[in-house]
Write a protein that binds this ligand. Sequence first.
Ligand code: TH1
Length: 832
Amino acid sequence: SSKATPRKSVKAQTINTSEASYSKADIKQAIVRHLHSTLGTDENKADNHAWWKATSAAMQELVLERLRTTQKTHYMNDTRAVHYFSAEFLMGRLLSNNMHNFNLFETADAALKELGVELADVLEEEPDMALGNGGLGRLAACFIDSLATMELPAIGYGIHYEHGLFRQEIKNGAQIERPDSWRDYGNPWEICRPESIQEVPLFGYVETKYGENGRVQKEWHPGNIVKGVPWDIPIVGYGAKTVNVLRLWQSESSDYFNWDVFNSGGYVDAQRENIQAETISKVLYPNDETEAGKELRLIQQYFFCACSLKDIIRRYKRAHGDDWSRFSEQVVIQLNDTHPAIAIPELMRILVDRAELDWDTAWGICSKTFAYTNHTLLPEALERWPVRMIEKILPRHIEIIYEINHRFLTLVEKKWPGDNVMKAKLSIIEESTEKMVRMGNLSVIGSFAVNGVAEIHSKLVKENLFPEFEELWPGKLTNVTNGITPRRWLKACNPLLSELIGKKIGDDWPSDLPRLDKLSEFADNKTFQNQFMKVKQKNKEALAAEIKHQTGISVDTKAIFDIQIKRLHEYKRQHLNLLHIMALYRRLLENPDYDMHPRVFIFGAKAAPGYTLAKDIIFAINKVADKINNDPRVNHKIKVVFLPNYRVSLAEKMIPAADVSQQISTAGKEASGTGNMKLALNGAVTIGTLDGANIEIAEEVGDDNIFIFGMTVDEVTKLSTKGYNPYDIYYQNKELKAVLDWLDSDYFTPGQPGALSSLKNSMLSGGDPYMCLADFESYSEANKALDSAYRDKPRWAKMAILNTAKMGKFTSDRSIADYVERIWKLTPCEVN
Ligand code: TH1
């Protein structure tokens, strides 16, 4: 199945251009009104920040009106809805997005011009809402955009972190983390809903009671209760028909007072309990794909799940009272990885202890309500919580988890009688010295559907991660390939290309991305090639100005703009990219006439603060950049740029300017990737491994329009089984050896030999766990092929056009349509 799945009954909204609900005069008036009465300033005094707030407030008026209509419609129709539970939502900025979705961008631009203000400057004032680490959080943001666009009833549930992902500064080449304060000066989009505050119990003990009918009743006496305060962010669909909400919970101390502590003279300690309550939603854990194992993280997870479930149940009861029989018809909960998996025992607790349903009835409801998305196979990312920790924080939940497990193992015994190895493998409890709860197993057992995020990844989930579950419940494990919203990732971020596309094929593509395929017929057309590449050139000039502004580095805009943007991880192999850059540098030093088209290597990446090697790689990139950028012998053929503080709003500037997209993870390690889709959609050509969604991108664009290199998943497996020894390659490849040895010298870090040695060590004595050396030669060859392709202007233009044209499959509208059809079974609800 190499072609995009055909469009489903679920249709995205086509925008009606003539239907703008605000004229230019209306907008002007609304902005000025907010300048005066919301901000207490005026047109002469206002700075860009004030203009941003006033403009946002003007937009928010429209947003809230549509929100009210949507909520009323959903309520009246008692719609089934999806509840997307995610510890991360990486929203970025909202103003430009909301304007585009209301089709008011041009009008607002003109209105502000008449007020003497540049919309572009105003947009730059908005701080990113960075409540996520990377792909997983941004996927959640793209999904809620598509859900609203497709008029599907949906709520996103998450945490209202006071501090999102840290701001990155680079000092002497090294990453420094600074706190992010996205709402320091107020956020115009969020609405506090004190009427929907929830209480969340924590700690304490469980009392066992025996009822008259012999029924065992459990009562949890919490040691602490915290308050969850909901903040709603309206999510405007394209065309602004449906406005859903993202509901984020903020923790606060409750009125509940720990009187026991108070009475025993511990007034200050009693207060301290209250202060701790507020720390729950203080800060996002900055680890992407590594488990922190911290108590506070588990409390965060339980906190937002408990609040969200209570919220869902309150809404359900309003329509259905105490009749639980229709719960799973009305409610589907999607678990974005295992981070919200504690919601499964929490729903069981509510149904059994509170609603007093019998276990089987409760489990029947529960296991028809949850579905789980797995995003990674990396062992260090698979969440396991110590039994002891859950016991302390959630004493009732650990009992419930044991009960779920007991009943599940009875099923395993039926399927595989006497097979204790199988039981040990499938058990929710890992019987190690420190007993652990495996959240992945709990999620599979408690869900009616489990999906991976790209074909290859889902296949590996079935074959390697959960093969026994696949045997036990055939059909439960499935695939939904990730996608990205073309509204943000083409229409809004790349206005020049969007306009060109519109002229060629009309304006319906943002809600019907497979239409881009119509561009294919112009791929060989000289005029269109020139127009397409002229847009790319303009975007490169804009990025060059940004690079100059951020780093002081001047880059040649005729050079190849080669971009690797993603979290910093060994498996993503930014250090493989760096080895190749060093090899090119060395070739130029050895032969000043070395034939290559000038190339600018651009990086953006944050490293988890505790991930030493990742930080070392950032340092190495910056040190190599310093040397190369200032070496006249390079003759401007190579520039290396590390743009600090990579984030959604910076991605929006980088992606439209990319010629080349680096997607070079070790095969089998990147579950999907989504940056790969964004870059290709904007006409960048991928150099990549057969990993994650790269495989499906290659299927769409065809082998001639992508540079694939390196080992396949099977070859990686074979090599590790056989035994991989990086020294074999080190001693065999002269160039590679020289480059690695260079890292031990003080060439890039004058006076500090060994400052870059950790990289070399990781790839030699460290065993090169991600096989950079094994793939180096193939990577180098692919880069040569890429270089000569770029020099053939018509050929490259054709490749770039076809990359844009063939990305239809990767709209998140298609992902959502797949979820709806295979898992959620939702029907759109028209909001008039
Ligand atoms: C990412 C995957 O690495 C990436 O390949 C995928 O495209 C993306 O999710 C969306 O599906 C993941 N991010 C995280 C973050 C945490 C834990 C696991 C993953 S997997 C914190």
